[in-house]
Design a binder for this molecule. Structure first.
Ligand SMILES: Cc1cc2nc3c(=O)[nH]c(=O)nc-3n(C[C@H](O)[C@H](O)[C@H](O)COP(=O)(O)OP(=O)(O)OC[C@H]3O[C@@H](n4cnc5c(N)ncnc54)[C@H](O)[C@@H]3O)c2cc1C
Length: 443
């Protein structure tokens, strides 16, 4: 008999996971709390773009949907750094033929739901998961269409219901289940740079734009329609914080002073600032990621993180691939889910460490000459000795090396590079054979 899988949440992870489960020949039903986003208009300030990188693509390829996603993806081989005076500096992410990709979250979600349905998934909207039994594979859902509760049994429940997962909440009733949540002091707000009247982009299209300003940071990712979805990261409290910027005059003054070239590109900035919501960011951890032999967490439900490495979705897609690989190897669900929790949890932790680390890199280091020189030295060494050195950013974004390994290697590299950067006159001799052979000896 066909295995019956219920996926809670038709977000990015749930929709992709549906295709993985269908590929295995399972019967797949997806229950989603929200109404069908294909029938509603996206509200302003909620049009997040996501950076898709190697791990995400690998997981999409494995179920054969990468080609469709490429149609809505814009390659970004570099960052363009905007300084206080509006001067621009290009910073390539890796080799010039490597890129991360800007994809609109809403369109990607719609595409994945369409593809999952076309392959046989049944998606039920306005169905909220209320409860999951801790004795047997059984869920209680509230059907908001009829306002009735229903109880459904299945063989496997996949909790893909995001950072505030109801499935995880219920798993917390298990003895020794671990959970923590930590919000950072910064929040974020979406802003939009509109397209030129002829639909072209106002600033360079094939790049992620960044305005690093210490406590504040702004980034912009290109959209296909010529606009840019931008995210302002700022503290909730203190001078020039979200709380402090409470009048149009203060907002105008702040942007003119701190993000002047951006302000010129965004005529309705003040309206956007007050109309768009401010959202929080945090790190959510839990363990185990499964319940007995019938329930498993994927995506943000298992490892929600702050967005600074652009890896939350990539990691969520990777969860689907890794779970699928374990399902390929054996049939005992108890073992499979245990192994998934055990192997994947260190990578969830690695992802979260990397994400916090990259906040510092983005807001402080991308404008720091020492950091830029360090990156140049690393790049040169890694081109000369590719089997000895892959820079941390490249390991995370352009390979499928597990996050925990990337984090460990990256921190080792960081120690070594701080010794190299302390060599007297490093700015004069960074390009020399002496530095390359020192690195070779130390690595
Ligand atoms: C500002 C910002 C920028 C980001 N940038 C990037 C980036 O550049 N690259 C990247 O890889 N990641 C990025 N991320 C992270 C990425 O958005 C998430 O990691 C990803 O969306 C996780 O997917 P998910 O399916 O696990 O969760 P979600 O996308 O949150 O989907 C969960 C789904 O479950 C549904 N649901 C919730 N509760 C219930 C319930 N009780 N019953 C039924 N359904 C339910 C929700 O309605 C939703 O549809 C960013 C995140 C933020 C906030």
């Amino acid at each position: 008999m066909k295995k019956n899988v219920i996926i809670v949440g038709a977000g990015l992870a749930g929709s992709l996971c549906a295709m993985y489960m269908l590929k295995r020949g399972y019967d797949v039903s997806v229950y989603e709390r929200r109404s069908d986003m294909r029938k509603t208009k996206l509200s302003a300030g909620r049009s997040i773009n996501l950076a898709l990188s190697k791990r995400g693509w690998t997981a999409l390829e494995k179920v054969g949907v990468d080609k469709e996603v490429r149609h809505i993806a814009i390659p970004m081989p570099k960052r363009v750094m905007h300084d206080l005076d509006g001067n621009l500096t290009d910073q390539y992410y890796g080799n010039k033929d490597q890129a991360i990709y800007s994809v609109p979250r809403g369109e990607l979600n719609v595409l994945l739901m369409n593809l999952a349905e076309a392959r046989g998934a049944k998606i039920f909207f306005n169905h909220r998961c209320l409860d999951i039994s801790i004795d047997r594979p059984e869920l209680t859902l509230l059907d908001n269409n009829s306002n009735r509760e229903l109880t459904i049994s299945c063989d496997l429940v996949v909790g893909a219901d995001g950072a505030y997962s109801a499935v995880r909440d219920k798993m917390m009733r298990q003895d020794r289940f671990q959970f923590s949540q930590n919000y950072i002091e910064h929040g974020y707000k979406e802003l939009l740079i509109p397209a030129n009247p002829d639909g072209t982009h106002k600033i360079e299209k094939n790049a992620l734009h960044i305005w690093p300003r210490g406590s504040y940071m702004l980034i912009a990712l290109p959209n296909l329609d010529g606009s840019y979805t931008c995210t302002l990261f700022s503290p909730y409290e203190g001078k020039d914080s979200f709380e402090d910027l409470d009048t149009p005059k203060k907002v105008k003054g702040f942007f003119n002073r701190v993000f002047n070239d951006f302000a010129k590109l965004t005529p309705d900035l003040v309206d956007q600032f007050f109309n768009n919501p401010t959202s929080s960011m945090g790190i959510f951890k839990c363990y185990p990621w499964h319940l007995k032999n019938y329930c498993v967490l994927i995506g943000d439900a298992a490892h929600a993180t702050v967005p600074f490495y652009g890896q939350g979705m990539n990691a969520s897609f990777e969860d689907c691939r890794v779970l699928d690989e374990l399902l390929d190897k054996e049939s005992d669900m108890n073992n499979i889910l245990k192994k998934y929790s055990k192997n994947r949890k260190p990578n969830g932790d690695g992802l979260q460490d990397l994400s916090l680390h990259n906040f510092i890199v983005m807001r402080d280091k991308t404008a720091d000459p020492d950091f830029l020189l360090q990156k140049k030295i690393e790049q040169k060494f890694s081109q000369k000795y590719p089997d000895k050195w892959v820079p941390l950013y490249s390991m995370v974004s352009f390979t499928n090396i597990p996050y925990s390994e990337a984090w460990e290697i990256g921190m080792r590299q960081e120690k070594l590079m701080s010794k190299i950067m302390n060599i007297p006159n490093i700015y004069e001799k960074w390009d020399s054979d002496e530095i390359m052979s020192k690195m070779l000896k130390m690595s």
